[in-house]
Design a protein around this ligand. Structure first.
Ligand code: DX5
Ligand code: ZN
Length: 219
């Protein structure tokens, strides 16, 4: 069953609270919180995402899917644990060693939170294989991380297929999430390839009726 995690990054300033309530009514499965530190990626959304996530936590029971695009993972994990996320996903490329990857996986899990690893478009999917048995989700970026509204990178479909095959071969219970440029046109390809959690921002928040898009993405 496919789930939708709506990225709140592109919601217009001042329209956040009405959008969050409308997204909840439209039955998004998660709120996707894009945390950027201005170092791992150019934009800095850190404070804004913390405030938005804190607000969502107060008005909704829906789970928070936190996507860390930061250099200092541990500091961001410490900060965002406060909003009791359902899952915290960090970038493989932000880790300087395999030991650090395992350290971050264990740190997040020791704080009673699910953990995901995200890979940028140019990172080979094989680089995440050894960590798969220890994580709950792998996030394949289908755009270069850093901003919403970008065009879907079609050669990421193959990457999803390869990961899906690996997960099946190892008989792992792990979600495959895709993020970036996911809309009614690109969703069928990534679902067929094996993605079961779709992050979508612009395609949903720019629509008149969020529910129509969310329902269509889930089909
Ligand atoms: C990009 C973020 C994505 C992005 C998705 O760095 O990780 O979550 O906001 O937005 P759209 O769906 O507009 O590409
Ligand atoms: Zn994201």
């Amino acid at each position: 069953m496919v789930e939708v995690s709506t990225s709140i990054l592109s919601i217009k300033e001042g329209e956040e609270s009405s959008a969050f309530l409308e997204l909840e009514a439209a039955k998004t499965d998660y709120f996707h919180i894009d945390v950027m530190d201005g170092k791992f990626v150019e934009k800095d959304t850190y404070q804004k995402m913390f405030e938005n996530a804190s607000y969502i936590k107060r008005i909704s029971n829906l789970p928070l899917d936190v996507h860390l695009m930061v250099e200092n993972i541990k500091e961001a994990v410490d900060d965002f644990l406060a909003i009791e996320p359902n899952i915290i996903t960090f970038h493989l490329e932000a880790c300087k060693s395999k030991e650090e990857v395992y350290e971050m996986i264990n740190y997040i899990k020791d704080n009673h939170c699910k953990v995901g690893i995200s890979v940028k478009p140019h990172t080979k999917i094989e680089e995440v294989y050894e960590f798969l048995p220890y994580i709950h989700m792998c996030l394949i970026m289908t755009v270069e991380p850093g901003k919403g509204g970008q065009t879907f990178l079609t050669d990421m479909v193959k990457k999803v297929e390869v990961l899906k095959k690996q997960v099946e071969e190892e008989d792992l219970e792990i979600d495959i999430e895709v993020d970036g440029g996911i809309n009614l046109k690109t969703a069928p390809e990534v679902k067929k390839a094996g993605a079961n959690v779709l992050v979508s921002g612009t395609a949903i928040v720019m629509a008149n009726d969020f529910k129509v898009i969310i329902d269509e993405l889930k089909k």
